[in-house]
Ligand binder design. Structure first.
Ligand code: ASP
Ligand code: CP
Length: 330
């Protein structure tokens, strides 16, 4: 069935008592990192830092009491799904989990627009992960409640990029002036598509290291070039590791390959080990959106530069901030 594209619905037309219409991002969708400028980022990270402090001091509080989140996942997830659940519950709200659409009416053939229109009858905000690029934007057009993109195919993963940037700031104290190296599957990896775009708001240098068939899409390189970002492409990590402040490692996205032989050819292209990291600076960080499937050896996990587990925790605070903001409570 062909879907027609309706005009954007007015979000949250009826303001519930106690919601602050003037809150930044109140009632808004979060679909792409392109919607955020530096001032927005400062604001989000300020709220995230307050959330972090609040969790440290008291664990939870009832800012979103009575609010309901629908967590709608058409693709597997551990971190995004459970951190949104944790974020909502730590703020006193509750969650409708649809983590396996196979057991929902999607398996009877219900369309994405109808599924979203159903869930917004019961929830105040929808988090959506879906295998098709553009699906979040499409779903948002049918929803009058805020919709948050939790990964749309090879498109974007904006909340991941926000937590990635928060991690960089928290760990290294700044973003301007840094050299960021993205490693692995830059073609299908939605997290690097969002992160590269978000970093273009800053004065950074970006190196892309990947096998030939997994290079960063030319449209993204072009987009960043127009913003004046210094970028370079490489096949070998050694060429840039020594000058790297943030090494952002990615998994080769097996599920996006149509030819399994092609996946086998590139799956073990790069492996981060303590030996490899001897050539890196002492003060730098290694990040990964996770899950990892062999591209960072567990032997490296105890190195203070290994920031990927801390990165997951920062994600909780950023998602708490985003939920509070779109629901008019921050
Ligand atoms: N979890 C991230 C994503 O969903 C990265 C990955 O799966 O490799 O995009
Ligand atoms: N980083 C991330 O999106 O992890 P999940 O796929 O487990 O949600």
């Amino acid at each position: 069935m062909a879907l027609h594209t309706p005009p954007l619905r007015q979000k949250n037309p009826h303001l519930p008592f106690g919601d602050h219409q003037h809150s930044r991002f109140y009632g808004q969708d979060i679909l792409s990192v392109n919607q955020f400028n530096r001032e927005d980022l400062d604001y989000i990270f300020g709220v995230a830092a307050e959330m972090q402090e609040m969790v440290r001091r008291v664990g939870s509080f009832d800012l979103l009491k009575g609010k309901i989140l629908a967590n709608l996942f058409y693709e597997p997830s551990t971190r995004t799904s459970s951190s949104f659940t944790s974020a909502m519950e730590r703020l006193g709200g509750s969650v409708i989990p649809i983590n396996e659409v196979r057991y929902s009416s999607v398996s009877k053939g219900e369309s994405l627009p109808d599924t979203v229109r159903t869930l917004e009858c019961y929830a105040d905000v929808i988090v959506l992960r879906h295998p098709e690029t553009g699906s979040a934007a499409l779903a948002a057009r049918y929803a009058s409640k805020p919709l948050i993109n939790a990964g749309d195919g090879i498109g974007e993963h904006p909340t991941q990029a926000l937590l990635d940037l928060y991690t960089i700031q928290a760990e290294l104290g700044r973003v301007d002036g840094l050299t960021v190296t993205m490693l692995g599957d830059l073609k299908y990896g939605r997290t690097v598509h969002s992160l590269a775009r978000l970093l273009s708001r800053f004065n950074v240098r970006i190196h892309y290291v990947s096998p030939e068939i997994l290079r960063m899409p030319t449209e993204i390189i072009q987009e960043l070039k127009e913003k004046g970002v210094a970028q370079s492409e490489h096949a070998h990590l050694e060429e840039v590791l020594g000058e790297t402040d943030v090494l952002y490692v990615t998994r080769v996205q097996k599920e996006r390959f149509s030819d399994p032989a092609e996946y086998d050819m590139v799956k073990d292209s790069y492996v981060i080990t303590p030996e490899v990291m001897r050539a890196a600076k002492e003060e730098m960080i290694v990040m990964h959106p996770l899950p990892r499937v062999g591209e960072i050896s567990m032997d490296f996990d105890d190195d203070p530069r290994a920031a990927y587990f801390r990165q997951m925790e920062y994600g909780l605070y950023v998602r708490m901030a985003l939920l509070a903001m779109v629901l008019g409570k921050a």
